[in-house]
Write a protein that binds this ligand. Structure first.
Ligand code: KG4
Ligand code: ZN
Length: 357
């Protein structure tokens, strides 16, 4: 098969993005353009994403980004094989903007449409960037998602665990807000943590050492709230202590999942742990997971930060993987606010996928 070229659109949260990717599974692929417009400034005064503001901002800028992504790639719509857009999960207003734009482009050009699951986009990024082969273990940590799963194919996912309350990025953002750091909290907490003492404050590690692979972060956030209400605190030390607690939780759950993965896929001689999602951009977390992987004899792959946070190259690539297998979607496909990964191949399990958002 000749290389495929896919235009991808992403509008499920507060990044408006368009990208062109060329290649074939298993990758790596060639990212010919990757334009991301962050709406951070528009949402910063509210300390979080405001859905109404987000969808209007997507609508205003997406057409321009599509043009930019094509011209930067040096092609026109005529040269793409198909058009992919995030169809969920996410903020429904934003998802509708991207998906409707993709439908209009598909209708006007006669090119096929691919309705992509945003989480599948994050999950398959390590194939785009590193050509990682199936199956692999995926730790997906972002503002909306916190899951650990086995990725067996472009639409085949085995969910091991997910968060019972907040996603890990959400915990960073809420903690940042509590201690007066600007939105988005993650990068700011990481910056301040760098000069803090991770052992300064004793914070809880919910579920640590228990069986299972689910996560819980809300108790940690509550503990930070109580701490700051009780006494004068050192912000750098709070950040470092919070980040250390998150790392301990992530490493404990991931270690359990590594054992499960080895049992499920005994033939994988050098199993691979992929870390994806916005929180994977955190260097201290990345280093800790690297040590953990080494001690469990797993290889580790972390896509570059620009492809860990929301972007359209990952959506184009997830579309490309499905297109290569003959996947196509009808023009009346619906946007979905919730769309758990484990339901993609029709096996269900959606009940367990608590943060299908
Ligand atoms: O993947 P992403 O761009 O959007 C979602 O799909 O959620 O992830 C954004 C999340 C935010 O919660 C942000 O605070 C967090 O990722 N994040 C970080 C860092 N960079 C981004 N969290 C911790 N440390 C970072 N360096
Ligand atoms: Zn995301």
């Amino acid at each position: 098969m000749d290389d495929l070229t896919i235009l991808g659109l992403e509008t499920s949260c507060d990044e408006t993005a368009a990208a062109v990717v060329t290649g074939l599974p298993p990758g790596p692929g060639r990212i010919r353009s990757n334009i991301v417009f962050s709406q951070n400034e528009a949402h910063a005064p509210y300390g979080g994403v405001v859905p109404e503001i987000a969808s209007r901002a997507h609508l205003e800028i997406l057409d321009d980004l599509v043009e930019q992504s094509l011209s930067q790639a040096g092609i026109t719509l005529e040269n793409v094989d198909a058009i992919a857009a995030t169809a969920g999960p996410g903020l429904i207003g934003g998802v509708m903007v991207g998906l409707t734009t993709a439908k209009a482009l598909a209708l006007a050009t006669g090119k096929p449409l691919l309705a992509v699951n945003h989480l599948a986009g994050h999950a398959l990024t390590a194939r785009l960037t590193h050509g990682v082969t199936f199956p692999f273990l995926l730790l997906l940590i972002s503002g909306g998602h916190c899951q650990i799963l086995a990725v067996e194919g472009p639409i085949k996912f085995r969910l091991y665990g997910s968060t019972m309350d907040d996603a890990v990025g959400e915990a960073f953002d809420k903690t940042a807000k509590l201690i007066g750091l600007p939105y988005p909290g993650g990068p700011n907490v990481e910056k301040r943590a760098a000069s803090g003492n991770p052992h300064a404050y004793a914070l809880p590690r919910p579920l640590l050492g228990r069986g299972g692979m689910d996560f819980s972060f809300s108790g940690l956030k509550t503990a930070v709230r109580q701490l700051t209400a009780q006494r004068e605190v050192q912000i750098d030390d709070v950040c470092a202590s919070f980040q250390k607690a998150v790392i301990d939780i992530l490493c404990d759950r991931t270690a359990q999942a590594m054992g499960q993965f080895r049992g499920d896929f005994p033939k994988a001689a050098a199993p691979v742990l992929v870390v994806a999602g916005g929180v994977a951009a955190n260097r201290t977390i990345g280093e800790s997971l690297k040590h953990l992987a080494e001690s469990h004899r797993f290889e580790i792959r972390v896509p570059p930060p620009a492809y860990c946070t929301d972007n359209a190259a990952m959506i184009a690539w997830a579309g490309l993987e499905r297109y290569a297998l003959g996947g196509r979607d009808p023009l009346d496909v619906s946007p979905r606010a919730r769309w758990p990964l484990a339901s993609l191949d029709g096996r269900g399990q959606s009940g367990k996928d608590q943060d299908g958002a």
